[in-house]
Design a protein around this ligand. Structure first.
Ligand SMILES: [Zn+2]
Length: 350
């Protein structure tokens, strides 16, 4: 694993899946936990090498390659875990990842490997965004079942635009914070939680000082080249995130894969390449709908058009998610509609 210092005391741990490590006053804050305990051990060694003990781990989104090592760190060190709502639920119930990839049915064996099924961990600090709070309307009501199931007492405090809900458990404190760029205090660290939805439903970035750890909001050129159809669950949200990312006021952007980007031209160019790719995916899906098609036929045509060769069921199912995200984006825009024909689910242009 390569350790790159992006700003004083802020490190990018670059490996199969990157992690972030901020150090201050003898403490370390880890951002993401890697694929498995081997990756987590490497992060621990990096922390030890810098002479710090881990204060907490912040997990950006519930993909196994980013939180698979969290269980090990939690069991080994007892460090508290932070994660955004929904993603947190999937981390606590990781069978949801292979389940959704397999269309909601009991997944095939291949999807039960560590790349799509991580070990479960317990998220002590669940971060709510404003939309979550709005949806919940009555935060107290929303959290009450959670609170009571954990034997807790919720209490609310308002701070300007943001609502902080504290759920106090006996002997342990669980904080549910409603935030967008609201600084969150984790030990000696002040971090900003930045919503970056699209690649995962409620993915967030974590900013420490002038560095934004931006998870899988943007992929390097090698990933675009290898996977062609980069994974996303909501294409419109992914595009919006890619448009917003270069405008954010940080000096460096540290992604979950590949090296970090400087503010300005560098991050703007990477985001534009990612955006262009997804727009191209959507247009190729639309182009293939010259005649009405079922999803598998569309998937095959679009993959062929990009020269993508999928050799595992996992690769196929991940690509299928992106094609479906393109279809729901087109449907939302009123350009395609779904119809049933002779027991076939068919997509057609409107
Ligand atoms: Zn991811």
């Amino acid at each position: 694993m390569k350790q790159v210092e992006l700003a004083p005391g802020i490190f990018h741990l670059q490996g199969g899946s990157n992690m972030g490590l901020a150090v201050q006053d003898g403490k370390g804050l880890l951002i993401d936990a890697g694929l498995d305990k081997d990756a987590a051990r490497q992060a621990l060694r990096a922390a030890e090498g810098l002479g710090v003990t881990l204060e907490a781990v912040f997990l950006t989104h519930a993909h196994a390659d980013h939180f698979g090592g969290a269980c090990f760190l939690q069991q080994r060190l007892g460090v508290p875990l932070y994660a955004p709502a929904l993603e947190a639920a999937m981390m606590e119930h990781p069978s949801l990842e292979p389940l959704y990839l397999f269309g909601g049915a009991a997944p095939i064996g291949e999807l039960r490997g560590k790349f799509t099924l991580a070990q479960a961990c317990r998220i002590e600090h669940v971060i709510l965004n404003r939309q979550d709070a709005k949806n919940a309307k009555e935060i107290r009501g929303d959290l009450a079942p959670l609170a009571s199931s954990r034997g807790t007492t919720p209490s609310n405090t308002q701070r300007g635009d943001y609502t902080t809900t504290k759920v106090v458990t006996t002997g342990k404190e669980t904080t549910e914070v409603v935030t967008t760029n609201y600084p969150l205090e984790i030990g000696p660290f002040r971090v900003e939680v930045v919503p970056l939805p699209g690649h995962a439903p409620n993915q967030v970035g974590v900013a420490v000082g002038e560095v934004l750890f931006c998870a899988d909001a943007v992929f390097p050129a090698e990933t675009l080249e290898k996977h062609k159809l980069t994974f996303c669950v909501d294409l419109d949200e992914t595009l919006a995130t890619l448009r917003r990312l270069p405008e954010l006021p940080y000096a460096r952007f540290a992604p979950g894969h590949g090296p970090a980007y400087e503010a300005g031209e560098e991050i703007a160019r990477a985001c534009a390449a990612n955006r262009e790719r997804l727009e191209e995916v959507r247009e190729r899906v639309y182009a293939a709908l010259e005649v009405p098609q079922e999803t598998p036929a569309l998937l095959q045509q679009v993959a062929d058009a990009f020269g993508l060769r999928m050799t595992t069921a996992t690769a196929y199912l991940l690509t299928q998610t992106t094609v479906l995200a393109a279809l729901s984006s087109l449907e939302r825009a009123g350009r395609v509609a779904v119809a049933m024909e002779s027991n076939r689910l068919v997509w057609r242009r409107t």
